[in-house]
Design a protein. Structure first.
Ligand code: NDP
Length: 328
């Protein structure tokens, strides 16, 4: 019996449980590419899966982990051969398909993106789904016509993973960035990443008025709920807000006033099922548009054995920036 180490989520009487354990290679799911994950990361969704705080895992037992930088071990897919360095984000891995906190994984070759030089596997997982989602948000704002000359843009949940990468990306691209955080102690960190202004989360946390004073040309929201409602109400005429997260709640207690009276656009971002061409564009952009010295400031490196406590920490909003997981 060939086994490898993996973080496995099982169903229990009271909910779910996560453990680092041995997993039998024979129990891997269907796929035309076998991978050796080398680096992974802890995203908010991984925290939800590990803690069972939200029902993101829909098959048991499940190997958690939505992201990997990996080497192809075997492939019957025409695009990939043994030794290729690849990236995988989402596609249901860690939710419906066995995930990446594992010594081995089997996936569809159509899900993979070639590791874009000059990024290393470690760099790519320092970015992870969080950073790739931040890039998708930036691309959506650009498509909506929001550029560096449009005016200040706001990033909410700024000290988190998506938020940190969003601040760094927008600043490198020349935007003036306002960062909203519940951790004002991280003001210096956010300014180092490129924020020109740091505001307290509480300013955006209360019930939103239909329209408030126009403050930002655009925004990237990782929080949802009243925070997104306030950002919308404060977005300038013809502005746009990319919504990707729900760290503060799934609801959206907003009015249609920003849309119909100021022409504001709400741009939905789903990284999990984004088409391959969009992913490839986002990763190419990350390879060029993200300052890797700033990325280095966001990272804490951990081992597979540390992932379960890290998952608990991230759902408490207590992780700064990005966690990179060394699998081997
Ligand atoms: P993190 O935990 O790293 O960041 C979330 C941040 O949100 C926290 O650091 C904190 O920032 C803020 N926050 C946490 N709790 C609250 C709260 N109750 N009220 C207000 N703000 C809060 O997670 P990620 O960056 O990995 O993910 C951020 C969000 O984006 C998550 O909801 C995640 O599910 C979502 N996501 C969505 C994707 C998609 O495809 N749409 C892909 C990836 C992530 P601070 O301390 O600065 O206030």
């Amino acid at each position: 019996m060939a086994t490898f180490k993996a973080i496995v989520i099982t169903k229990t009487e009271s909910g779910t449980a996560a453990a680092l354990t041995d997993f039998d290679e024979q129990d891997l799911m269907e796929g035309d590419v076998t991978l050796r994950p080398e680096w992974s990361t802890v995203n908010y969704k991984d925290g939800l899966a590990i803690t069972g705080k939200a029902p993101v895992v829909r098959r048991f037992p499940m190997i958690a982990g939505v992201d990997a930088a990996a080497t192809v071990e075997a492939s019957s897919h025409p695009a990939w051969k043994p030794g290729d360095k690849v990236l995988l984000n989402g596609w249901g891995c860690g939710e419906t398909h066995l995930g990446m906190y594992a010594g081995k994984a089997r996936v569809k070759g159509d899900w993979l993106v070639a590791l874009p030089p000059p990024l290393s596997g470690r760099d790519a997982m320092a970015i992870g789904s969080a950073g790739y989602t931040a890039m998708l948000c930036v691309m959506a704002l650009e498509r909506a016509g929001i550029g560096p000359g449009s005016g200040q843009v706001i990033v909410t949940g700024a000290a988190g993973g998506v938020g940190s990468v969003a601040v760094a990306l927008l600043s490198k691209l020349g935007y003036e960035v306002s960062a909203s955080t519940g951790r004002l102690a991280e003001t210096d960190y956010l300014k180092e990443l490129g924020a020109t202004e740091v505001i307290a989360r509480a300013e955006l946390a209360g019930p939103a008025r239909p329209l408030a004073r126009e403050r930002w040309a655009g925004g990237i929201d990782t929080v949802g709920s009243t925070t997104l409602a306030n950002v919308l109400s404060m977005t300038r005429r013809s502005g746009a807000v990319a919504a990707c997260g729900n760290a503060g709640g799934m609801d959206l207690p907003a009015s249609v006033a920003p849309f119909i009276l100021r022409g504001v656009s709400l741009l939905g971002i789903d990284s999990v099922m984004a088409p391959l061409a969009v992913r490839e564009e986002a990763w190419q952009r990350l390879a060029t548009d993200l300052d890797r010295q700033k990325l280095a400031k966001m990272i804490e490196e951990i081992d597979l054995v540390d992932v379960i406590p890290a998952g608990k920490k991230i759902v408490e909003g207590a992780v700064r920036g990005r966690l990179v997981v060394r699998i081997r």
